[in-house]
Design a protein around this ligand. Sequence first.
Ligand SMILES: Cc1cc2nc3c(=O)[nH]c(=O)nc-3n(C[C@H](O)[C@H](O)[C@H](O)COP(=O)(O)OP(=O)(O)OC[C@H]3O[C@@H](n4cnc5c(N)ncnc54)[C@H](O)[C@@H]3O)c2cc1C
Length: 334
Amino acid sequence: MTEDRSSNYDIIIVGGGPAGLSAAVYAARSRRRTLLIERGVTGGQIALTNEVENYPGIESINGFELAQTMQRQAEKYGLEIAAADLQRIEQIDDRHAVRTGQGDYTAKAVILTAGADYNRLGVPGEERLTGHGVSYCATCDAAFFKDQTVGVVGGGDAAMDEGLFVTRYASKVYMIHRRDSLRASAVLQERAFANPKMHFVWNTVIDDIVGDAAVTGLHSRNVVTGEVATLDVAAVFVFIGLTPNTGYLRGKVKMDEGGHIFVNEWMETEIPGLFAAGDVRANSARQVVTAAGDGATAAIRADHYISERFGGTPGIGEWEPNPDPIGKDSLKLN
Ligand SMILES: Cc1cc2nc3c(=O)[nH]c(=O)nc-3n(C[C@H](O)[C@H](O)[C@H](O)COP(=O)(O)OP(=O)(O)OC[C@H]3O[C@@H](n4cnc5c(N)ncnc54)[C@H](O)[C@@H]3O)c2cc1C
């Protein structure tokens, strides 16, 4: 571990999606020496989407552009950014050691905003057409396919819930599932089966997604009969699970079955000075605006935590945190 000042920060934020960038704006603006670590392109999932139409105050914006604006805003207040891939976090006395493949850092507080990766189908055309008809978010993209035929892939709650949302816009929705029955809860199944726009395509997988500039169809295959078919669709919504980027913390903090981190209302984990915000946390609404809100909350609390633990005045306003937050004890590992 290098001990020079250059690698010692007040706050380190891991992940440059909306949660991380929002945390960065607040942390840097509170005059905390702040580093944001990002392994890829800043913007996270939102960098993938063409248009965001549900961020309050902005009627429509390209996702990458929104992320760039957030980044510029934070850099204006002194945010530093490192291109690095987090591998481990350890507690050393009252600080956190942040180990990356590209170097080590320490911080008084760490805010984890590493998000979650949507499970991909892994078929030809998927990556190329993401944002051009391939989507992992119906709330975000269904409105672009009004009166068109689309496909939804998956058999769980997310696929039914999001599929039902898609029917508000699309004229016809193929519900494509690799098995002959659904995993979704009974109430969602009932609603889905009762919806005249939904057409179930059972025992079927997708072999590839076709289209030049945008999706025009799917090549599907029945896994029982081997029969192949082409479905003409303008979009395919994929809901085959999410994997949060939390492997490096397994066993160290409380998580749900899927690996999302439990936090209290201040985005605190049970480890002092370690916060989790955005899609990486349990029970997130998984939207840009909620991730940004989480990031802001975490940074405000981190600023106060540093003052309480290390002295000095918080850089952010008059806000006083409740010293006894609901649910803090429930975050302790058994
Ligand atoms: C195609 C698509 C379209 C969407 N459209 C909308 C929309 O229109 N409106 C809306 O509200 N929501 C939309 N969403 C959902 C929204 O993008 C997410 O809810 C939001 O991005 C979550 O933000 P986050 O910061 O928590 O995580 P993420 O956006 O997932 O960002 C996490 C970041 O952490 C980085 N990271 C991960 N692991 C590491 C590591 N080990 N080291 C360093 N960095 C790491 C990742 O590279 C990534 O940049 C969409 C999602 C997708 C996939």
